[in-house]
Design a protein around this ligand. Structure first.
Ligand code: ATP
Length: 891
């Protein structure tokens, strides 16, 4: 189901933002800052934000934001973040950003969004993440059981291939420097580890795996394929700047770019190599200083920091040996490379006839001779192929001369043709050498592809790259949508009304074919125009689109904007471009006019005011303005018949093999084949391959532009999440359905306080969840087999209710505590008084007790004293009487 893009504001219900809510609000410096709402005035939300960076002197500030720009914050999110974005209570941009930033700070560079892996470039080696011990842990582990990792993705793909015999693909994307190549290497290494090391034909599995197939995108001009193999790297990679607006790199480069590495490698090749590989002509390929070649000295950048080109040359030769390129073939390859550089140094001056040219001087002639010798072709033939053209008309064969400017175009055309055929040969050779097992029914494809591009100046290359990304975006949308559906099916919930955003309209704008092309495989039309006969043959043949034009019409009579084919209803830009390319009088201006005229009512097409050659496409990732200036030249991939004949007749079997004779019909009539159409077909084929596989997505994110560790630039990352990495797109799709899922247990843990009675006695988790949701009166949610599925915004609603409940509880607890305090105070007063009374009583009692005791004691003592005195006196009297009687007796 297709619908309009869903704005974020709709995805998270805003009704639940109330005073006291914790929220995210937009910030000009940090993108998003968190805060607490203290006032709501209509649509205005007033919040205290924590914004140390904007106002370092005060950690708190107030902001007023529009309700639509305020998102709820999960105050209960784990401090270390969550390893899967779908575990976030609120799936929105600030939440996702915060989670990635938190994890990045802890060197947790991988995070899942469902099955998609997000890899944030650490810009520092983290060897502990990739050692054999870790590989062993991920081997066979369930997805999601261990921390997110590239190994987990590779493992799933590998298991699916081994256990179910399914083909799998892993799509790695991200902008330049985001870590795609590193990620791809890790994937390859892990797959090689899983595959063991039982080498086939003496090569290890790792060696074989690390040589990637590149049969789908074989235009070296486009940097949209990744080259892990050193051979392809040398021939298909060049140093580029981000704002790469150059034309085909072989003939023209911009400072500070470089041409393809192989040119510099050959210039730096050590002398002894030539003598070691002493094949007759190889010594001639010695080039010396790159500065002396026109194709290299247009830029002042000749060397790459830290790269020893002589060593690289030897490494490339060794890699060529490994992929089975013979010594003779290697020699021929480098002869062609050298010849291209010599061809670039051939200059022309005006010849004696009108509109003719001749070789400029002795120096140019030297380079002409060198080129002819290296290509092993006739020197006069080469000269003629550069300065003359043969016109074949039904009536006669006319030879016409070229002026110096046209001769230079012809020269550069020859150089480009040579290079592109050489590159195609290498791709083919390497693919054969990898040698897929013909009996194998399944594969794992790793696609490392350039991300969406939008520069100041965007040309045909950017259109092709963005076209690719539109295609992959559609594939991604459909895949994520499918995954969602699968989850819903698994949980047995109803999902019929889920919508997602489709970009088919942008794809139509680019690739839609004209109505005639759509319906016919072979069309032959004859139009009488200006009294002359014009035949347009359009053949769609499997993967190859050959557009042939045979005309004997007086060229000036053709309307350049329509080319006379006004009856053919054109489709998208590629069809319009092909049409323009077929007419000699088309210019970039007439092409742009045609676009304005044909696409003026298209919602995705904008004609900037006052512009004559600029047009804007509204891509899924944003608007991109293209300059039509070089579109026609860049789209034409024609092999000039003279060049074709010359090189086919070369005495070098390798060179002549690069230019096999063309089929009879084509050789006569076909001069132009469209890069755009070819690209479209290759892309179609790639999509078919991808559609036959189970895809896995890895999205690489570049956290900063200074390429340093521990720096997380919020705006930079948001931009990538929105456009390049498309994580937010996945989230959007997910938000269109039931973005929040919680297992019954998790749900009860969080929300049972809203209906504590459901937990009394023995209870069933699902029934308890149902009771809670019924009590709250939520509509539109679904209960699956193990999870509660909530619509966008419902989590916020539940949280708001929970927060309200918690606030009420908090308030009543506060009141209770206040009253308890007062009661306690009163009680204390009583106790204090009682204690005082008891103390007084005690003291009095003691006093009286003491007093009576003392009196009693004194009485007793008095009594004791009296009685003791009486006894003593009696005793004394007795003794005295006794003594007296003795005295009386004695005398
Ligand atoms: N997982 C990683 N661990 C450590 N460093 C990394 C990792 N990923 C990327 N890097 C660092 O980032 C740099 C750029 O990464 P890489 O070359 O893979 O980017 P890319 O996306 O392929 O860029 P381009 O498209 O320009 O080729 C690497 O040279 C490396 O220093």
């Amino acid at each position: 189901m297709v619908g309009a893009p869903i704005p974020w504001t709709k995805l998270v219900s805003l009704d639940n933002i109330i005073v006291g809510s914790h929220v995210w609000v937009e910030d000009p410096v940090l993108a998003w800052v968190d805060g607490e709402v203290f006032k709501i005035n209509g649509n205005e939300v007033h919040a205290h934000t924590t914004n140390g960076k904007t106002f370092p002197e005060s950690s708190h500030m107030q902001v007023v934001a529009n309700m639509s720009k305020v998102f709820p914050k999960d105050t209960e999110a784990p401090p270390a973040g969550v390893d899967d974005m779908t575990k976030l209570s609120y799936l929105h941009e600030p939440g996702v950003l915060q989670n990635l930033a938190t994890r990045y700070e802890l060197n947790e560079i991988y995070t899942y969004t469902g099955n998609i892996l997000i890899a944030v470039n650490p810009f520092q080696r983290l060897p502990h993440l990739y050692d054999t011990h870790i590989m062993e842990q991920y081997k066979g582990a369930d997805f999601g059981e261990l921390s997110p990792h590239v190994f987990a993705v590779a493992d799933v793909a590998y298991r699916a291939m081994i256990n179910e015999g399914k083909s799998n693909s892993i799509l790695v994307s991200g902008e330049s420097g985001a870590g795609k190549t590193e990620t791809t290497k890790m994937l390859m290494r892990y797959l090689a580890y899983l595959g063991g090391r039982s080498g086939i034909e003496g090569r290890t599995v790792e060696q074989q795996v690390l040589e990637v197939r590149y049969d789908k995108f074989s235009f070296p001009e486009f940097d949209n394929y990744r080259l892990s193999n050193p051979v392809l790297e040398a021939f298909g990679n060049a140093k580029t700047v981000r704002n790469n607006n150059s034309r085909s790199r072989v003939c023209q480069i911009n400072d500070p770019e470089r041409n393809y590495h192989c040119f510099y490698l050959l210039c730096a090749a050590p002398h002894e190599v030539y003598s070691m590989h002493t094949l007759p002509l190889f010594g001639m390929a010695y080039l010396g200083n790159p500065q002396s070649f026109h194709y290299l000295n247009q830029s002042k950048c000749f060397k790459l920091d830290g790269v020893d080109e002589a060593q690289e040359y030897l490494a490339t030769r060794r890699a060529m040996d490994i992929v089975g390129i013979s010594e003779q073939e290697q020699e021929a390859i480098f002869r062609v490379v050298a010849a291209i550089l010599h061809i670039g140094n051939i200059d022309f001056v005006k010849g004696p006839e009108i509109d003719s040219s001749v070789i400029k001087d002795e120096k140019s002639r030297f380079h002409l001779d060198m080129a002819a010798e290296l290509l092993m072709c006739n020197v006069k033939g080469l000269e003629n192929a550069l300065i003359k053209r043969v016109m074949v008309t039904p009536e006669e064969v006319i030879t016409r001369t070229l002026d110096p400017a046209s001769a230079i175009v012809s020269r550069d055309g020859l150089a480009k043709t040579l290079y592109s055929h050489l590159f195609d040969w290498l791709v083919e050779k390497i693919n054969i050498s990898i040698g897929q097992d013909p009996t194998s029914k399944s594969l794992i494809g790793v696609l490392d592809i350039y991300g969406f591009e939008s520069f100041k100046c965007n040309s045909f290359e950017q259109l092709c790259i963005n076209f690719t990304n539109e295609k992959l975006q559609q594939h991604f949308n459909q895949h994520v949508f499918k995954m969602e559906q699968e989850e819903y099916t698994k949980e047995e919930i109803n999902w019929s009304y889920i919508e997602f955003v489709d970009n088919q309209d942008v794809l139509d704008l680019i690739e839609k074919v004209s109505e005639l092309e759509e319906t016919m495989v072979c069309i032959r039309l004859t139009v009488v125009y200006g009294g002359e006969k014009m035949v347009h043959i359009n053949i769609i043949d499997g993967w190859k689109l050959l557009v042939s034009l045979v005309y004997s019409i007086k060229q000036q009579e053709v309307d350049p904007s329509t080319g006379g084919f006004s009856y053919m209803k054109p489709g998208g830009i590629i069809a319009l471009l092909d049409e323009a390319c077929m007419f000699p009088r088309s210019t970039h201006e007439t092409f742009a006019q045609k676009l304005y005229q044909t696409l003026k009512n298209n919602k995705r097409f904008i004609k900037p005011k006052l512009s004559r050659t600029i047009f804007t496409f509204c891509h899924y990732a944003g608007e991109v303005t293209y300059q039509a200036d070089y579109f026609l030249d860049k789209n034409k991939d024609y092999v000039v018949a003279e060049h074709q004949d010359l090189l086919n007749a070369s005495n070098c079997p390798f060179v002549s093999g690069l230019f096999p004779p063309l089929p009879e019909e084509t050789s006569k009539s076909s001069k132009f084949s469209s890069i755009g159409s070819c690209f479209k077909l290759q892309l179609q084929s790639l999509m078919e391959t991808l559609n036959s596989t189970q895809p896995h997505y890895i999205r690489c994110v570049k956290p900063n532009n200074v390429l340093k560790p521990s720096i997380f630039e919020n705006f930079n990352v948001i931009q990538q999440l929105r456009c390049g990495v498309r994580v937010l797109e996945a989230i959007r799709i997910s938000c269109a359905g039931y973005p929040t899922r919680r297992t019954f247990y998790e749900f009860l843990l969080r929300f049972s306080l809203l209906a504590p009675e459901v937990l009394e006695g023995n209870f069933d988790d699902k029934a308890a969840c149902q009771k809670i949701l019924d009590k709250i009166g939520l509509k539109g949610y679904q209960l699956g087999k193990s999870k509660v599925f909530l619509r966008a915004g419902q989590m916020a609603e539940l949280d708001a209710r929970r927060a309200e409940f918690l606030r009420l509880r908090q308030a009543s607890v506060y009141l209770q505590s206040l009253w308890r305090g007062r009661l306690a105070c009163k009680l204390y007063e009583c106790i204090r008084r009682e204690a005082a009374a008891v103390k007084i009583q005690k003291n009095l009692r003691r006093y009286f007790a003491r007093k009576s005791y003392t009196a009693l004691r004194m009485s007793a003592i008095t009594l004791q004293t009296g009685s003791r005195a009486m006894i003593a006196r009696n005793d004394f009297r007795l003794r005295k009487q006794t003594k007296a009687s003795i005295c009386i007796q004695v005398p």
